[in-house]
Design a protein around this ligand. Structure first.
Ligand code: AMP
Ligand code: MG
Length: 328
């Protein structure tokens, strides 16, 4: 997954020299960072800018959410700037990684819980950057990443949820969907890939599907990365201007872009009809990449914190094992 790919410098022009992927590193150092200490750990010097309103609250799509009125350049709930946002992501990285390891350990020890991060957004909304910069903060062996593209011939022979079910995270894993079953009510709606009555039924079907997924022990974190029309143009243009970004450009992106209003309608309907209590949508302004990354890292962290993860007890006699080992 998000290993060491080269060229994805953010289009937040300047690089911050910071490497959030390397915090103390000590996965196997025996010393675990506390899972409770991060809240107040201020960066040296300035007062720690933090959330004015908890991200889970301020980013959650309210009932009646109006997509058209949403400011995609804003940083709701967060008073800090880019440097502060990046610092907070870095500050929380150890805790994120520690909790992920606990989840993984629990899964290895018979637990049934997992987390699923669903990333939806138009082209260039920053889904890949989230995978690299946020999901990349945790141990890749505990991540089950899946991108959903145009269905393969085999996938097309099945119900649209077939490939989704197969990609659900097993116990202990953080699943990451880069696009998801929501494409089946987004592009499918915009391009009329199924009859209207079929599409209509999908919203409730998706809600029931997610209900089952949650009931089986998976916490679903749904994120809509909302990039503005203008910013999308700039990001696509950048892909055309930089040889290291050509690979990300797809001429079809412009065709989708031409259908922008239809996509916005389709997103609005998704938010209206699948924003459930058990699997709510979060709406993230995505024009500032640093903010979107901060936001998603906080939502993921919150989901993990809520699991109240411990360490599985030894299923062997520690003293006996110590003696056995010492005798070798
Ligand atoms: P990308 O994420 O940029 O690699 O693009 C993947 C493409 O696959 C996007 O244009 C999606 O809309 C498209 N896609 C994903 N899921 C589906 C689906 N279920 N049906 C049709 N197209 C899809
Ligand atoms: Mg693309």
């Amino acid at each position: 997954m998000a290993a060491a790919k080269k060229s994805d410098k953010t289009s937040d022009k300047k690089k911050s020299g910071k490497h959030p992927g390397k915090h103390g590193g000590g996965k196997h150092s025996g010393k675990k960072s506390s899972t409770t200490s991060s809240k107040g750990s201020a960066p040296a010097g300035a007062a720690a800018p933090d959330w004015d309103v908890p991200p889970t609250e301020v980013l959650r799509a309210p009932a009646g959410f109006d997509l058209a009125a949403f400011d995609r350049h804003s940083t709701p709930g967060f008073g800090g700037d880019k440097a502060a946002g990046e610092a907070l992501v870095a500050d929380h990285a150890d805790e994120l990684s520690d909790l992920q390891e606990r989840l993984f350990a629990e899964g290895r020890s018979g637990g049934s819980r997992s987390v699923l991060l669903v990333l939806q957004g138009m082209d260039t909304s920053g889904k890949g950057g989230i995978v690299r910069h946020v999901v990349g903060l945790v141990d890749p062996q505990g991540v089950a990443h899946r991108s959903f593209g145009v269905p393969t011939p085999e996938e097309r022979r099945h119900h649209y949820l077939w490939r989704v079910r197969r990609a659900l995270p097993r116990p202990g894993y953080i699943g990451v969907f880069d696009r998801s079953h929501y494409e089946d009510v987004l592009i499918a709606r915009v391009d009329s890939l199924a009859p209207d009555e079929t599409l209509e039924k999908r919203y409730d079907e998706i809600n029931r599907f997610e209900e089952k997924v949650v009931a089986s022990g998976t916490t679903i974190v749904k994120v809509a990365l909302l990039v503005s029309y203008e910013e999308q143009r700039a990001r696509l243009m950048e892909r055309l201007e930089r040889p290291d970004k050509f690979w990300k450009y797809n001429p079809a992106d412009v065709d989708s872009r031409k259908k922008w209003p239809a996509y916005q309608d389709a997103y609005q309907t998704v938010l209206d009809r699948t924003n459930t209590e058990i699997a709510p949508w979060h709406v993230i302004p995505a024009d500032r990449k640093w903010f979107a990354r901060l936001a998603v890292s906080e939502l993921l962290l919150d989901a993990l914190r809520r699991l109240d993860l411990g360490w599985p007890p030894a299923d062997f006699d520690v003293d006996v094992e110590k003696r056995r080992l010492a005798a070798t």
